[in-house]
Design a protein around this ligand. Structure first.
Ligand code: DON
Length: 314
């Protein structure tokens, strides 16, 4: 006698079930306070949004509430830099996991001002320099914002100016990283211009709903499956996903690959964008961070969602 195959998991029911389980965990982790304006966020928030390549959406909790995108912006500036200057970017930034904290400076001297990967702060600042090249920081900031608006299909996405000035007032490590790289000729525009752009990209406010939509092109080899528009070449889209998998959670990237098994990128605002190749994009948000700086409840939600949907790429 043959057993009946397990029915395919239902997306709506699974998102609702995982979301309800997360309600019991709300408030876990520690809200980032090294950027003063971020410390004021309500740590009890939890939101989750999924959008599939065929356009089905499923949401839970605070999926409609804007939060600070922070390091998740690095996925979109990497996309823009690859479109602008292509493979030559890899002469200025590597693609190996760093095994260090996101704002570490220790490897930069030994590696002659070439950061390990585009997602640690040093690497992201180089990527921003590539996005900025040939224009003012105001023009580059508007371009990054407009790119995100277009990808998210939402015109309301904007920079939180208070967070941006809070970052500029306290971003001493980022100033150190950028000046150090300038000393190795790996910073082409003036440090102040590059960092203004970087602080503003990190200060964009976005919802889970918008973020999942904005990342959907990465689930379809660089082509937006809902509009048909090509955002990035298939080769570059594969690279962005590879770097998300290996470097997207800093020194917890191995653990995220082990537990979730999907390309993902976290931010200290408590958001995580995750790509399910050929299937979907998922955004979660919960402001409390674990000791490595990734959303604690957001990570747990993704572990459960990926396991139940059978989404791990491994
Ligand atoms: O530069 C910083 O420190 C922040 N604007 C971004 C850091 C961040 O999100 C790291 N992510 N986990």
């Amino acid at each position: 006698m043959t057993e009946a195959p397990n029915p395919a998991p239902n997306l709506q029911e699974t998102v609702a079930a995982v979301g309800r389980e997360m309600d019991a965990h709300r408030g876990e982790g520690k809200v980032a306070d090294y950027i003063p304006a971020l410390a004021r966020v309500d740590g009890n928030r939890f939101g989750m949004a999924v959008i599939t390549t065929s356009g089905e959406t499923a949401e839970y909790g605070d999926a409609w509430m804007p939060f600070s995108i922070q390091s998740i912006s690095k996925v979109f500036t990497l996309t823009m830099a690859l479109s602008r200057i292509g493979e030559s970017l890899w002469g200025r930034v590597g693609r190996e996991p760093s095994g260090s904290r996101f704002n570490s400076i220790v490897q930069l001297e030994a590696e002659k001002g070439v950061p390990r990967n585009p997602f640690i702060n040093a690497g992201a600042i180089v990527v921003t320099d590539a996005v900025l090249a040939g224009r003012t920081s105001a023009e580059a900031i508007a371009d990054i914002r407009d790119t995100l608006r277009k990808l998210a299909d939402n015109e309301t996405i904007d920079v939180d100016r208070e967070v941006a000035s809070s970052e500029a007032a306290t971003g001493f490590r980022n100033y150190a990283l950028a000046n150090f790289m300038r000393g190795f000729d790996n910073m082409h525009s003036p440090v102040e211009e590059v960092l203004q752009t970087y602080f503003h990209q990190c200060s964009l406010r976005i919802t889970c709903r918008q973020l999942a939509r904005a990342g959907l092109f990465l689930a379809k080899e660089g082509q937006d499956p809902l509009t048909g528009e090509r955002i990035l070449s298939p080769e570059h889209a594969r690279r962005v996903n590879a770097i998300m998998m290996t470097c997207g959670h800093y020194d917890a990237s191995g653990e995220f690959a082990f537990q979730v098994g999907l390309p993902g990128k976290s931010g200290v605002g408590g958001g995580i964008l995750t790509v399910v190749p050929d299937k979907a994009a998922v955004a979660v948000w919960s402001p409390g961070l674990n000791e490595v700086g990734n959303s604690q409840v957001g990570t747990l939600a993704l572990e459960r969602l990926a396991a139940r949907m059978g989404w791990s790429v491994f």
